[in-house]
Write a protein that binds this ligand. Structure first.
Ligand SMILES: [Zn+2]
Length: 250
């Protein structure tokens, strides 16, 4: 179990609790965001996305999700009990990057095979989850960035939890580069069958620290517990565990 440590908020003096491994902490009393090690103010832009749902509304969203789609037990919505609904503001880094990959490869599907060259150039606002261990499906999550506003602690619900960052900006930039590079590798393989050479270069722009609302929901069905992640901005289920249904002979 992690030990919670405590320092004072450099802005208002309130106790600021944090867990080992956390690097940037936000005060829940005044919203001041500081670098834990130095106690100095965090200097990059800190934004947030607003949560649009109350706990009782998420209940309805979850039931609707349970009713839709294949492979769910027919009585899932009726027979499940929602036992936990926790609103958590997850920390992310939004890394702005221009990425450019040039490649050369062989297109085998023709006889004779042909050599092909190409270039992929894209601009990204790449989202990196600022937590080290998490079940959260970060790669499937598209934060509605157009709705982001400056971080305002008064907009955080009293019952919500705000998680601190465990990842520094430079590390987030590296992660973004790796992930974009593998995305480009995937794209290149759509164009050529064998890659002879490929190189990717980046132009790194600004990074924004962002808190985005996610509901961590637990439901019970036939005495088993299942998890759901629901986007607090859009009400969409990002990922939900489903009881296995048994088909075939009864
Ligand atoms: Zn404070």
């Amino acid at each position: 179990m992690a030990v919670i440590e405590e320092i004072r908020c450099s802005n208002c003096g309130a106790p600021l609790t944090f867990n080992p491994g956390e690097i940037v902490a936000t005060c829940r009393y005044c919203g001041f965001t500081q670098v834990i090690e130095t106690g100095k103010a965090f200097e990059l832009e800190h934004s947030m996305i607003l949560n649009e749902y109350r706990p009782e509304q998420t209940d309805e969203l979850v039931r609707n999700w349970m009713r839709g789609g294949f492979l769910k037990p027919g009585n899932l919505a009726r027979s499940s009990k929602i036992t936990e609904q926790n609103l958590i503001y997850l920390p992310f880094w939004v890394v702005s990057l221009d990425a450019s990959s040039t490649y050369k490869g062989i297109f085998d599907r023709l006889t004779p095979p042909v050599e092909k060259e190409g270039k992929i150039e894209k601009e990204y606002n790449w989202l990196v989850l600022a937590r080290k261990a998490s079940d959260f499906p970060a790669r499937e999550y598209k934060a509605p960035l157009e709705g982001k506003i400056q971080y305002d602690f008064r907009k955080i619900e009293g019952f919500a939890k705000v998680l601190n960052s465990e990842i520094e900006r430079e590390e987030a930039v590296d992660i973004a580069k790796q992930q974009i590079e593998s995305l480009h590798q995937f794209l290149v393989k759509q164009d050529v069958d064998r890659v002879i050479e490929m190189s990717t270069s980046f132009k790194v722009g600004d990074s924004v620290y962002l808190h985005a609302p996610v509901w961590f929901i637990v439901y019970e069905y036939k005495h088993e517990r299942y998890n759901i992640f629901l986007d607090g901005a859009t009400g969409t289920v990002l990922k939900g565990d489903v009881p296995t249904t048994k088909f075939g002979l009864i």
